[in-house]
Design a protein around this ligand. Structure first.
Ligand SMILES: NC(=O)c1ccc[n+]([C@@H]2O[C@H](COP(=O)([O-])OP(=O)(O)OC[C@H]3O[C@@H](n4cnc5c(N)ncnc54)[C@H](OP(=O)(O)O)[C@@H]3O)[C@@H](O)[C@H]2O)c1
Length: 251
């Protein structure tokens, strides 16, 4: 895709990967609108020159209002990034984990569907555009301390595949960004070996700029996870990653 002249909405762009990709699209010449819940951060981003819209992806009304406001100001919107996500540790031996499970599905999976639904009619009407969904290496290779997170991201992967098939012929492409562990605030406690955000964003923008846009944006670091099942390393890697269960605060 041409990354230099897009009008991009990054939902969940108030921190981490979303904020960095928003900055990269803007630096490449695109117009960028950031969506998120945090009014203070949105105000800072507005001061940097971004368009902003306040929204909570778990709330229908909030997403519809944001959609209407963004499209009123940016009728040429052609790219929607559904970045919002929560990454929560869960101890499945403790039934209290259910709250985290529900929040994870509501934000990561249902929230993605809600955002995609809100903008798909506009993109189809334009006859061209890009929807970028965000999964994780964990969608393809579970990380046992974050079970519902893995389920939510595997769900977004499956949904993205079906969405791409259903939008075939409309001019709207569906691209799945599959990050490995990236050093953002969400990762601090979980993985000290996470990929630096800057290096990750550089590789992502290079891959996004390819023509045709790849269906999946796979940086080098995530390929061992993405292809573990095909490569026969799945069982060994899941066993290795199960050692991380020690990080759960169990009695
Ligand atoms: N970092 C990694 O290692 C990694 C690896 C694989 C995949 N990912 C995925 O990449 C995405 C970004 O992660 P990150 O590491 O950059 O984490 P992050 O810094 O915590 O960013 C998450 C973003 O989602 C937003 N968000 C959360 N709940 C929301 C809601 N209900 N409505 C609207 N926005 C909401 C957050 O905004 P608020 O300020 O409103 O909370 C924030 O902007 C996530 O989908 C994550 O699962 C990350």
């Amino acid at each position: 895709m041409n990354i230099t002249s897009r009008t991009v909405l990054v939902v969940g762009g108030t921190s981490g990967i979303g904020r960095e990709l928003a900055r990269r699209f803007a630096a490449a010449g695109s117009t960028v609108i950031v969506g998120g819940r945090n009014p203070e951060v949105l105000a800072q981003l507005a001061a940097e020159g971004f368009g902003t819209t306040e929204l909570d992806v778990t709330d229908d009304g909030s997403v519809s209002r944001a959609r209407d406001a963004v499209l009123a100001q940016h009728p040429d919107l052609d790219t929607v990034v559904a970045m919002s996500g929560v990454m929560l540790l869960e101890d499945l031996r403790d039934p209290a984990h259910f709250e985290a499970a529900q929040a994870t599905i509501n934000t990561n999976l249902v929230g993605t569907i809600r955002v995609v639904d809100a903008f798909t009619p506009h993109l189809i009407e334009r006859g061209t555009g890009t929807i970028i969904t965000v999964t994780s290496g964990i969608a393809f290779l579970p990380f046992p301390p974050m079970p519902t997170y893995a389920a939510s991201k595997a769900g977004v992967h499956a949904y993205s595949e079906a969405l791409r098939a259903q939008l075939d012929g409309t001019g709207v492409e569906v691209v799945e960004l599959v990050p490995p562990a990236v050093a953002t605030a969400g990762q601090d406690q979980v993985n000290p070996h996470a990929l630096p955000l800057d290096a990750f964003a550089t590789e992502v923008m290079q891959l996004l700029a390819q023509d045709p846009t790849p269906n999946e944006i796979l940086v080098e670091r995530v390929k061992m996870h993405r292809w573990a099942e095909r490569d026969g390393s799945y069982a060994e890697l899941v066993a290795q990653r199960s050692q991380a269960l020690a990080m759960l605060p169990r009695d």
